[in-house]
Design a protein. Structure first.
Length: 313
């Protein structure tokens, strides 16, 4: 499978839910190329390196919790985001991280001098990998004045030139976005979606939900909101995996047998209820039919873990 994660700022916590679902529900999937830009680049490396995803979720929620406790608490990190991201990656990336992702991880960058898009996929060292990820997340003025260097060249946020990176080839690629639009895995909004916009090669719907999401790109929403966004990413990915016959983890297909039907039939009925909107309202409708512990234990465990991280702050 080939994947492409778009950018999204703090909305990128959606990708943490996507990665969690891919790793837990379809662990046997192999990835030829995983593209990413900005927050999507962090998700891409988290997908290829086990156990990194939980740490990234923890750090995102920690930053949001700082902001909740103090009006300006999160800004000292946000406006020095390059150093903050570097410290997180330096703390959690294994020493052989660059060897694990070489040739698979494709990071979208934008040159500072002429705003041209560059995709890099080979890294000589762990430090070089970290630097490429930091460059891909650098937003001029917001993250600092001058972008950091990668291989002697200054690069900035990849979504400024290409927010849906992929190789022009005949190979199928699964696109992922934290905003509703034309990607394979993305939120499904209930409001009318007549108008669309092109954000760096990523087509987004001009829905009221997307407008709300855009307002939370640079400034972190509340911890509770981030949990819901992450949860949404998990559910949306589960729906995609099931409809395309990718689910391989028996735990994801073993739902209460007390109803006297096959697990897949129960899951299909669940998906029918989830079908547009695939969000909290639909989830509550399902929970009226099945108890949470009978519905999807894996998802509930994931949610409990995220809530625990928030409560810990």
């Amino acid at each position: 499978m080939n994947l492409s994660f778009a950018g999204g700022g703090f909305q990128g916590v959606y990708y943490s839910g996507v990665v969690a679902c891919l790793q837990k529900c379809a662990p046997n999937l192999t990835y030829k190329k995983v593209y990413g830009t900005s927050a999507g680049a962090l998700a891409a490396v988290a997908l290829l390196i086990n156990h990194l995803n939980d740490n990234l979720i923890d750090e995102i929620l920690r930053l949001a919790a700082i902001g909740e406790r103090s009006l300006f608490g999160s800004f000292k990190h946000i406006f020095n985001s390059s150093d903050y991201i570097y410290k997180i990656l330096d703390k959690y990336l294994p020493e052989d991280a660059h060897l694990r992702v070489n040739g698979k991880l494709c990071i979208s960058l934008t040159t500072f001098t002429d705003a041209e898009n560059v995709v890099v996929s080979n890294f000589d060292s762990r430090s070089q990998l970290i630097q490429a990820l930091v460059c891909s997340c650098f937003i001029p003025l917001f993250s600092g004045i001058l972008p950091p260097y990668f291989n002697g060249v200054r690069y900035m946020d990849g979504e400024m030139s290409n927010n849906r990176p992929y190789c022009e080839s005949s190979e199928e690629i699964v696109t992922v976005s934290a905003f509703s639009g034309e990607c394979d895995i993305c939120p499904c909004d209930t409001s009318q979606q007549i108008l669309h916009m092109n954000w760096g090669n990523n087509i987004l719907s001009l829905s009221k939900e997307n407008i709300r999401r855009l307002s939370g790109v640079l400034i972190p929403p509340s911890s509770e909101t981030l949990v819901k966004i992450c949860e949404q990413g998990f559910y949306d990915t589960l729906k995609y995996l099931y409809r395309n016959n990718y689910i391989m983890n028996p735990r994801c297909l073993t739902i209460a047998s007390v109803y006297g039907v096959e697990s897949k039939e129960v899951l299909q009925a669940t998906m029918d209820v989830y079908n547009c909107p695939f969000g909290a309202g639909a989830i509550e409708e399902v929970r009226k039919i099945m108890k949470p512990e009978q519905l999807m234990p894996l998802i509930e465990n994931c949610r409990a873990h995220i809530v625990e991280l928030v409560d810990g702050e």
